[in-house]
Design a protein. Structure first.
Length: 82
C-alpha cells in the first residue's frame, strides 16, 4: 500500500514539474528541460538497446550451433555400430 501511495505522489510531483506556470496557477515549467533531456538521452538509449540486441543475437546463434552439435553427437552415439 505504501508503494502505491508513494508512486501516486511521485507521478503527481512529476506532472506538476512539467506543467507550465500559468496552468491552473502552479507548475514548474520544466517541460522544455525534460524534452531536451529526452532528445539527448534517447539516441544513447537506442544505441545501448541495439548493442544488447546484437549481443543477445550472437549468444542465440552460438546456443543454436552448440545444440545442433550436441544433437549430432547424440545421434551418432545412438546409432548402432557394426
Amino acid at each position: 500500500m505504501k508503494s502505491l501511495i508513494i508512486g501516486i505522489v511521485i507521478l503527481a510531483a512529476a506532472t506538476i514539474a512539467v506543467l507550465p506556470k500559468d496552468a491552473a496557477g502552479f507548475g514548474l515549467s520544466w517541460g522544455d528541460d525534460v524534452l531536451a533531456f529526452l532528445r539527448g538521452g534517447l539516441p544513447v538509449l537506442a544505441v545501448l538497446i541495439g548493442l544488447i540486441a546484437v549481443f543477445i543475437g550472437i549468444a542465440d546463434m552460438k546456443d543454436r550451433a552448440e545444440a545442433k552439435k550436441e544433437k549430432a553427437e547424440n545421434s551418432e552415439e545412438a546409432a548402432p555400430k557394426d
